[in-house]
Write a protein that binds this ligand. Sequence first.
Ligand SMILES: Nc1ncnc2c1ncn2[C@@H]1O[C@H](COP(=O)(O)OP(=O)(O)OP(=O)(O)O)[C@@H](O)[C@H]1O
Length: 243
Amino acid sequence: MKIELKHLSKTYPHGKAALKNIDLTLASPSLIGLVGPNGAGKSTLMKLLTANLLPTSGEILKDGSPLIKQEKELKSGLGYLPQEFGLFEDLTTTQFLDYMAAIKCPDKKTAKDEIDRVIALTHLQDKQKAKIRTLSGGQKQRVGIAQSLLGDPELLIFDEPTVGLDPAERFAFRNLFAETAKNRLVILSTHIIEDVQPACDHLVVLNGGEILYTGTPESLMAEKHAATLENAYMALVNGRASA
Ligand SMILES: Nc1ncnc2c1ncn2[C@@H]1O[C@H](COP(=O)(O)OP(=O)(O)OP(=O)(O)O)[C@@H](O)[C@H]1O
């Protein structure tokens, strides 16, 4: 799958430009880390990629044709974890996943198998019968990740997926995202640079609605003569030649 952003801009009504004339090509298989400071435009870009928002100008092509003309196909092949997502607090984990699987999976047998699969992947076996309101923040985040994996989508978009997870959980999910990306396109938006370095093969750095860098994490470190990706990133967003 190939996604091309062409001269993509988004200005909110009565707001400033959140994205300014972005050109970018993303192709599977890849695990792409989308990073940038607060207000950089990451969530806006994710909403445009998931057709939850329309651009002010420019366009997004998926495999050569406009995304907005393939909204139905896009949604059936998309797993999306938004930054804020409403969980049905009075449902149990399995009831919530059952509800989401009704949208994502073609038949009941597949749905049941898929629910078992994503529960195992997100280590929620002992929380299947727990009401969502009784789960911790990290466990709720795991339910959110579980629902995004239903139906084995070819495109996965995670907005700050590791928020609320403890270090061991973050480590486990980094591995899961890397494994998932072996034959898919996975886009991971994060503030946490450590989430990007071991897992992502491609980095996109946004700042003030513009792309500051696109390439491998290693090349950015080499470009900035930095020992760590965090140093290279800080040098980049602060406009310094080296870390
Ligand atoms: N609905 C909206 N209406 C007006 N302005 C908005 C809206 N949503 C976002 N913005 C503005 O657009 C810019 C980009 O915001 P966006 O949420 O895309 O950034 P972000 O990189 O995801 O930030 P964060 O890391 O803080 O979530 C910001 O200046 C923000 O204030």
